[in-house]
Design a protein around this ligand. Structure first.
Ligand code: ZN
Length: 619
């Protein structure tokens, strides 16, 4: 809980950010504190970025830092890994520091001759005690030849700059400053409006014949459907403008949500081209639209409806919440659902994607060991720090969280004969916690609030559901829940196909085990993740995906084969008794005779098709 202080007297915190050296990937930041704390101003760089729940210690990229006051150098004392203190000074304190920016992700900062990108958490020191005053940023154009045509994209309001121009921008407080990433470069740009609100689509990176027109039309449909979902009467978006900033690379996928923008990274092959006009959306393009839908839904769910522990964030340490199954899982449930509701994919396509996602959750035994509540709480050390044992040890609060969203939706629709649904729960969360979050509410939701609200809105007693599927590790009974909706659930796993029950990673021409499933054939024989398969019964195993399958296909389930494998540089021999494939083959098919109509919404809301499911997105 945080009330904004009266800040009319306090001078703004001012930063200037310039590219010091594009080739060395260095930003130089100059911070001016007009009224430093009387007992010595403390400055700190966040240890993590909201939306990505891992301690990243961004201060490790501060290469050098110095301070001055009254034109004289003053010493900075290091307090801990991310904090400095200046001595008491009269007059403005000026701090100048260089930040190394060479992380090509949506979470940090990146700078070279092709573009610059930064999140405030990577580059702007927090002035302790003055977080609530306006923060002004002068974004300076690099003097380099390569940057002559560069423009600026950010959701920050301009103070002394033209839209897309270099110059001065302003944030109401530090929280807004670090929630507004900045892209600079010679990017492609198009704008559409969604229910009257301008949305920029910014694409950095070479994408020959990018079809921005199609991208804008599709995003407009998705955005308008979501805006109308949360505000069916007024169609009022929660922000004045929105920016999709996209970095197109050879291979990449991820996104991070912000209150009025999102930073995305995608494979350029996933973006639509003018040559594909009039053709069906490709699988990769649908995946990209799903990512956009996911991050956009976060505008409401996690950027405004928030866990109480995020209001405000403590940026120096882990912020533990058992609720990421709601904030990430439900967002993952609704992302693809909004692709159906906005007409981007058909119901058939949707159920195909859903079946795949269900199979992904059922694949790992970790789901029997960790609940989604625990997975949420431990995100910092487990989900975000996965190793080769992850399939055996953890469950994804994204993937299983989305199945919980689906299961709750189906349960409520069934029990209320279609009068209520998960939509009503999201709307109640929005109306009570999200709508007035900025600028003055800032009240988050506790686990107790969530459970009480679910009961109240559904008119049900959902405690047993929480105990079994959210705090417990039971699989949600989707086959049973989907049946009344005319959706047939089948598991066609290939039990007669001989398998090692391990995940395979290719390494050049070699075949490497990337994960070994506990209780499976490879595990029982003593093989480990990281082992390089050399031969099966004396015949070479290669990195070609069909090679191993072909070799194993010569045997029956139950046969024992001799496997040669390198563990590091030591050749080892294993007797592996082959087992039936345990990879779930979930298919969901729409039955023609539907008993309960889930195509219609449960309240006075625009007509929308059925429920949906997800997968892990970047943030
Ligand atoms: Zn997310």
């Amino acid at each position: 809980m945080k009330k904004k202080k009266t800040t009319s007297q306090a001078p703004a915190i001012a930063y200037a950010i310039a590219a010091k050296d594009l080739a060395a990937h260095l930003f130089q930041v100059t911070l001016t504190v007009q009224a430093p704390a009387a007992d010595g101003q403390v400055l700190a760089l966040p240890a993590w970025i909201p939306g990505s729940y891992m301690i990243r210690e961004f201060s490790r990229n501060i290469v050098q830092i110095r301070a001055e006051a009254d034109g004289r150098a003053v010493p900075l004392t290091k307090l801990d890994k991310h904090s400095w203190q200046a001595p008491p000074v009269t007059g403005p304190l000026v701090v100048v520091y260089d930040v190394y920016a060479w992380d090509l992700s949506v979470r940090a900062a990146h700078l070279d001759q092709t573009h610059g990108f930064f999140n405030g958490t990577s580059v702007f020191l927090r002035v302790l005690g003055q977080e609530d005053v306006p923060h002004v940023v002068d974004i300076r154009q690099p003097e380099h030849e390569a940057a002559r045509a560069w423009r600026v994209a950010t959701a920050l309001p301009e103070l002394k700059a033209r839209r897309y121009g270099f110059g001065t921008y302003v944030a109401a407080d530090y929280d807004e400053l670090i929630d507004s990433p900045v892209e600079m470069g010679d990017f492609a740009l198009a704008t559409f409006t969604a229910h009257g609100v301008p949305h920029d689509v910014v694409v950095t990176g070479r994408v020959p014949n990018l079809d921005l027109e199609r991208l804008c039309a599709d995003l407009k449909a998705i955005c308008e459907t979501q805006v109308a979902f949360f505000e069916p009467k007024t169609k009022q978006a929660p922000m004045d403008r929105y920016v999709f900033m996209t970095l197109a690379v050879g291979d990449g996928y991820g996104g991070l949500e912000h209150r009025a923008s999102t930073a995305l990274i995608c494979a350029r092959a996933d973006l639509p081209t003018t040559a594909q006009r009039g053709k069906d959306r490709s699988e990769g393009y649908v995946k990209f639209l799903g990512l956009c839908s996911h991050e956009y839904f976060h505008t409401w769910n996690v950027k405004r409806i928030k866990p109480a522990v995020f209001a405000p964030y403590d940026l120096q340490v882990e912020n533990y919440t058992p609720l990421l199954w709601l904030f990430e899982g439900f967002t993952s449930y609704y992302d693809d659902l909004f692709l159906v509701r906005s007409g981007m994919i058909t119901e058939q396509q949707y159920y195909k994607m859903l079946g795949k996602a269900v199979g992904g959750v059922l694949r790992g035994a970790g789901r029997t060991r960790q609940s989604v509540a625990d997975s949420s709480f431990d995100a910092w050390g487990k989900y975000y720090r996965q190793d080769e044992n992850a399939p055996n040890a953890i469950v994804s609060y994204y993937a299983k969280g989305s199945l919980i969203g689906l299961a709750l939706d189906l349960t409520i629709r069934t029990k209320t004969a279609g009068k209520r649904s998960l939509d009503d729960i999201m709307l109640a969360l929005w109306q009570r916690y999200g709508r007035d979050f900025y600028p003055d509410g800032r009240r988050g939701v506790t686990p107790g609030d969530v459970e009480a609200l679910f009961d109240e809105i559904s008119g049900m007693k959902l405690k047993p559901f929480f105990e079994k599927y959210i705090r417990g590790t039971e699989d949600v009974p989707l086959a049973k829940l989907l049946a009344p909706f005319g959706v047939k659930y089948t598991d066609e796993r290939k039990g007669d196909k001989p398998s090692l029950d391990a995940n395979i990673g290719r390494e050049g021409a070699d075949c490497k085990l990337s994960a070994v499933h506990e209780g499976g054939a490879a595990h029982r024989a003593g093989l480990s993740a990281g082992d390089l398969l050399v031969a099966i019964d004396g015949l070479r195993v290669t990195g070609n995906p069909s090679n191993l399958e072909g070799l194993l296909g010569r045997y029956k389930v139950g046969d024992t084969v001799q496997v040669h494998a390198f563990r590091r540089d030591e050749l080892m021999t294993f007797a592996v008794q082959l087992q039936g494939d345990r990879v779930p083959g979930i298919t969901l098919a729409i039955d023609t005779a539907r008993k309960l109509d889930v195509v219609r919404p449960t309240m006075a809301r625009p007509t929308m098709p059925r429920p949906a499911l997800p997968r892990a997105r970047g943030g």
